[in-house]
Write a protein that binds this ligand. Structure first.
Ligand SMILES: NC(=O)c1ccc[n+]([C@@H]2O[C@H](COP(=O)([O-])OP(=O)(O)OC[C@H]3O[C@@H](n4cnc5c(N)ncnc54)[C@H](O)[C@@H]3O)[C@@H](O)[C@H]2O)c1
Length: 282
């Protein structure tokens, strides 16, 4: 990936912050979209040294991903700043404790982690196809989307949703010319885990004993999803102490369902979002 313009939601902290820093160091342009204005502005200040050129390498914008107009505005803003946008990373996320029955904000967890990821992907597909850009979307799921996660059932549901949403887009990739992939990190040492520990003593005790990646350990896999044109509708798991690996659908599940599944319809050009008449440019 050389000289691309990337939108990173939740880019002011944790994994997003590490990604933004790495992308800028590699010569890309980044629009950081977050609700944490203090951290967002501080990151831009840190990366630019306070210099505000006409053509910035990094900019911050306040954006609540649950706002219905958020992504249309982000793509418009990014295009004005950088001339084009080539990738969106749906990274913004919030945690939720197991006592979801005591906390009505579980709905918010679905809105931020799942609904906004679908909204962002939808806006990206519309934007990239209308602009004739072979764009890329990277959705941040979690190992909590792969296995039962008693500590955070609602969070786990959102991350499983992100995962299967992404996988289900695989066959549309050639039609859309847009690749959508997801990354499933193991536990990562970020402010999200600190907040979770503060919410519940049970989490605090268990997280204290959990092996954790550093945010930078996840960055390469996100960039690989953007760069590697063989990946579309794929899931990249980032485990602790092992190499990141793409994950197929469990063959036991496929075997079990052999006689249950209808033939999958092949998407036709008529079902694809309208493309610009220009040649796709990567
Ligand atoms: N930390 C982990 O162990 C871990 C593991 C697997 C996956 N993840 C996922 O990685 C992503 C990043 O998490 P993190 O650990 O870096 O957390 P973090 O709390 O450090 O960063 C999350 C960022 O998202 C922003 N955000 C929250 N709600 C938002 C909204 N409505 N609109 C815009 N921005 C919003 C926050 O302000 C924050 O800057 C999340 O999707 C998370 O679920 C985290």
């Amino acid at each position: 990936m050389t000289g691309k313009a990337v939108i990173v939601t939740g880019g002011a902290s944790g994994i997003g912050r590490a990604l933004v820093t790495c992308l800028v160091e590699q010569g890309h342009q980044v629009l950081v979209a977050d609700i944490d204005d203090k951290q967002g502005h501080a990151l831009v200040q840190e990366l630019t040294g306070g210099i505000n050129p006409v053509y910035p390498c990094v900019a911050y914008t306040h954006c609540d991903v649950t706002d219905p107009t958020a992504f249309a505005e982000l793509f418009e803003h990014g295009t004005k700043l950088f001339g084009a946008v080539h990738a969106l990373v749906n990274n913004a996320g919030i945690a939720q404790t197991h006592e979801f029955w005591l906390a009505p904000q579980w709905i918010k967890t679905i809105q931020v982690n799942l609904t906004a990821t679908i909204a962002g992907t939808t806006a990206a597909i519309q934007h990239f196809t209308s602009q004739g850009i072979a764009g890329s979307v990277v959705n941040i799921s979690s190992i909590a989307g792969l296995i039962p996660f008693e500590g955070e059932p609602v969070y786990a549901a959102t991350k499983a949703g992100v995962l299967n949403f992404t996988r289900s887009l695989k066959m549309y990739a050639p039609l859309m010319g847009v690749r959508v992939n997801a990354v499933c990190p193991a536990f990562v040492d970020t402010p999200m885990l600190t907040k979770l520990s503060q919410l519940s003593p049970a989490h605090e005790a268990s997280l204290a004993q959990t092996n954790k990646l550093s945010p930078t350990d996840v960055v390469d896999s996100i960039i690989r999803c953007m760069d590697d044109t063989t990946l579309a509708g794929d899931i990249l798991v980032v485990p602790y102490n092992r190499a990141p690996t793409t994950l197929g659908v469990d063959s036991n599940v496929i075997g079990l369902l052999t006689d249950s599944l209808p033939p999958m319809p092949t998407p036709t050009a008529a079902e694809a979002p309208p493309r610009a008449k220009v040649e796709l440019k990567s």
